[in-house]
Ligand binder design. Structure first.
Ligand SMILES: Cc1cc2nc3c(=O)[nH]c(=O)nc-3n(C[C@H](O)[C@H](O)[C@H](O)COP(=O)(O)O)c2cc1C
Length: 586
């Protein structure tokens, strides 16, 4: 090869390697190095085996206040790094040292010694551990989030974003048509400049009762960060992900517990009950109802009027996830999707002291479990919820596997069938399901007997791709995914009235939720993607006049250098609902 061509070839190889499509196996790969660790080191080093081996053998010296040691140790162990006791017990900052590499957190504004709660501390510890390993692997340093500024648990910022649009509470049918059929017209042309509201509702710190363990277990599946992800492709470079998907991780759904003795805001994360009504007692009482609200400016500060659609979708997903977790825990649950007035004027408004951008979206009545929680089966459910992720490489052809994995997805979609909705499975590549059934590319309609073929071949996939490319959003690459689920409803059904739209979106969310967990069970990722247009649905399915409510793209992500650290479930270790597994996942 002429000398002048070499840099180009090297750049090409570097690119393929970075994408995870190529691994330069110069030296035979040692048996005992986990593949995922290798994938991460591959992306950052010319000598991946050496770095992986060093990482497996690494010990970190951790100097931190004593209540930080357990979560830091738990987080580091997941990355194969063993923590050693602090050398200077009196230290008040956090210092993690692996070999020559140091990651330090100064006791900024005294936050390390503030009573910020176990979960927040565990999330911060996961972020520190991930960053320590990233630096060990030679990545550029990233700033660490302070414990009161954790993504998704941020306590700074206003309750309501000033300047963010307040949404029309009762949009007319033509506005609903716009929302479903012409979303691009509602999205802001550029980034809005409104401040992001605090993630946790700011409330005077009142002391509420401890919530019963069965309720904590339930909420762990939806309202608590379960994993920290960092890396170039991770959301905003580093993010604390909950069991629920949420557009940009804004998590607009808030929870309140209302019983016969009082009403409390449920703080996400540590699940503290903070009184919102003056009469709230120190006894949680009985007759439990969880009231779900959305704080709309959490979404509209970025998405403007399109936030209406996202808020309805997220409310539906939260109701579905709570109902599902309750069933797994043996708790009787009756979930209702209902829209209320914003602020203090609606039925719950005064009791819950709702803000001017906050409105009820549903409630779920819960009966305490009749028998002790089946810890093992609930732990399995929680593990599945933890495994759910949107993934980054589902859109990347280079990372895709040749045969897709559908797992229990076709069965889940069939079980979740709803007469009011049309559900389609578009298969993009040959796939296997959990029963080793083979699925060829084509469009299938989900019926009571399972998905039945509508059109065979790759044309539906190509139509999806053309439609998305024309849309101009950050378009997914369908050919690299395994399959796409479309949940749709007749346009007139959905746009007659916003209450009807809310109800039907919640029904569609139950299917989407089952689909996401089905993908997770197959070891695949599932990303909700809102860029599907009605005319594309018509072209793909052959059915006119359907409005898409959810699109779910399922695929197997290639290695992307993301470092994932599960948030230690310290709060549950005591009663045996879960235990740390010490997995190595980079
Ligand atoms: C209602 C809703 C709409 C979403 N729309 C999109 C979208 O249009 N494009 C996209 O890439 N991701 C979309 N997502 C996925 C989120 O970005 C993703 O859930 C978030 O980054 C958190 O990551 P996780 O799901 O892995 O926890 C959407 C999620 C939800 C719940």
């Amino acid at each position: 090869m002429p000398e002048s061509g070499r840099p180009m070839v090297r750049r090409g190889l570097d690119h393929l390697e970075r994408c995870g499509a190529l691994r330069r196996e110069v030296v035979a790969r040692p048996e005992d190095i986990p593949g995922q660790l290798l994938a991460v080191a591959d992306l950052f080093s010319e000598a991946p085996y050496g770095r992986c081996a060093a990482l497996l053998a690494a010990r970190a010296t951790v100097c931190a206040p004593v209540d930080w040691l357990q979560p830091l140790d738990a987080a580091l162990r997941q990355l194969s790094v063993r923590a050693e006791p602090p050398t200077s017990p009196g230290s008040c900052g956090v210092l993690v040292r692996i070999g020559e590499v140091e990651v330090a957190l100064a006791p900024d504004d005294g936050w390390l010694v503030e009573p910020i709660g176990q979960v927040e501390r565990s999330v911060a510890a996961a972020a520190v551990a991930a960053e320590a390993v990233a630096r060990f692997l030679g990545r550029p340093a990233r700033p660490l989030p302070g414990a009161r500024r954790l993504p998704g648990l941020d306590r700074r910022g206003p309750r309501t974003s000033t300047g963010a649009p307040l949404l029309d509470p009762w949009p007319a049918p033509e506005q609903l048509r716009e929302l479903l059929l012409d979303p691009a017209s509602l999205l802001p042309a550029g980034e809005l400049k409104c401040p992001r509201p605090a993630a946790v509702r700011p409330l005077a710190a009142g002391e509420g009762p401890r919530m019963p363990d069965w309720l904590r277990a339930l909420l762990w599946c939806v309202h608590v960060p379960l994993r920290w992800e960092s890396g170039d492709l991770a959301h905003s470079g580093g993010w604390a992900h909950r069991g629920l998907a949420s557009a940009r991780g804004f998590y607009p759904v808030e929870l309140y517990l209302v019983t016969d003795t009082g009403a409390w805001y449920v703080e996400p994360g540590d699940l503290r009950l903070v009184p919102v009504s003056p009469s709230a007692s120190s006894d949680p009482g009985s007759r439990f109802t969880l009231v779900l609200t959305v704080r709309e400016t959490k979404v509209s500060h970025r998405y403007d009027r399109y936030a209406t659609r996202l808020c309805l979708q997220e409310a539906g997903l939260a109701l579905a996830a709570l109902g599902d977790a309750a069933r797994e825990a043996g708790i009787a649950a009756d979930a209702v999707a209902e829209l209320g007035e914003r602020g203090r004027s609606g039925p719950w408004g005064e009791l819950l002291d709702l803000g001017p951008d906050e409105r009820p979206v549903g409630r779920i009545m819960l009966g305490p479990p009749q028998r002790a929680l089946d810890a093992r089966s609930f732990a399995r459910h929680l593990a599945l919820v933890r495994q759910r992720r949107s993934g980054h490489r589902v859109f990347d052809a280079l990372g895709a596997e040749r045969v897709g994995r559908l797992g229990s997805l076709p069965a889940e979609l069939t079980a979740a069938l709803d007469d009011r909705l049309s559900t389609f499975l578009v298969v993009h590549r040959p796939c296997l399901d959990a029963a080793a059934g083979r699925w060829e590319p084509g469009c299938y309609r989900v019926t009571g007997h399972g998905p039945e073929p509508v059109r065979a071949g790759l044309e539906p996939t190509e139509q999806l791709q053309r439609g998305q490319d024309a849309m101009g959003w950050l378009a997914p690459d369908y050919l690299s995914a395994s399959a796409t689920v479309i949940v749709a409803v007749p346009v007139d059904e959905a746009t007659a009235d916003v209450r009807r739209l809310h109800d039907i979106t919640a029904a569609a969310a139950r299917i989407a939720h089952r689909g996401l967990l089905g993908a997770a069970a197959a070891g695949a990722v599932g990303r909700i993607h809102n860029s599907l247009r009605a005319d594309v649905v018509a072209a793909v399915t052959g059915e006119k006049q359907l409005a898409p409510l959810f699109q779910l793209i399922v695929g197997c992500a290639g290695p992307d250098g993301t470092i994932t650290v599960d948030v230690a479930e310290a709060a549950f270790i005591g009663n045996g609902i879960t235990k740390l597994t010490g997995d190595t996942r980079c």
